[in-house]
Design a protein around this ligand. Sequence first.
Ligand SMILES: [Zn+2]
Ligand SMILES: [Zn+2]
Ligand SMILES: [Zn+2]
Length: 247
Amino acid sequence: MIGCRCAVCHSEDPRDRRLRPSVHVRFGGNESNRGVLIDTAPDFRYQALRFGFERVDAILFTHSHADHVMGLDDVRPFNYRQGGVIPVYGSEETIGAIRRTFRYIFDEKDSESSRPRLVTHVFDGAPIDLFGLDFTPVRLKHGRGTVYGFRFGDAAYLTDHSDIPEESMAMLQGLDVLFLDALRHKPHPTHSTVARSLETVEKLAPRRAFFTHICHDLGHACTEERLPPHVRLAYDGLEIEVGVRQA
Ligand SMILES: [Zn+2]
Ligand SMILES: [Zn+2]
Ligand SMILES: [Zn+2]
């Protein structure tokens, strides 16, 4: 937290130095290596440099809050490197907000400045086939708003949410890895808490779970000490291999 003097914001543990939430999903073989980004956080440029992203072949958006979209302009180098346009997927509401927020990107007029080359797609809940891997949108409640998580193979990424509707719970059975929002211990109107997310883990029984979207109330080491061994806190740069059932 900018300007904060608390122990977590001043921690020496690199896992306590948290940038904004996003994941980069890599799949395919050596010949057909693909990278799909879920959200373009304001820190996207630094994340891509620091963790050496080689490809962004598609972008999925969970929702249009600033902490999940504001890095979109910095995908330009992937247009140059890969050639071609990058497809961007979101709900109708999210794509509308992206097109308004980044109006210059979608302006048809010629420009002297370089802009990302993107094509937007609205998803309706059906699985999205990206280069042979299905990403299924999972509807979640984020306070009064609706956001989407994504299930891909045996993994699911559910950031910002306060509630998971029953029909979405049914889509989250048999997971190897579940990532989910656990902001802090104190209740929050739009986010899940550690206790609530532990309940979700118990109900869904994934093999492993990682909490994300963590605020500075939660120190990494001292919070993990009190979690069951199959539930860990995610941290910047964490890489996980996931069992994927081929479509
Ligand atoms: Zn702090
Ligand atoms: Zn949000
Ligand atoms: Zn957020």
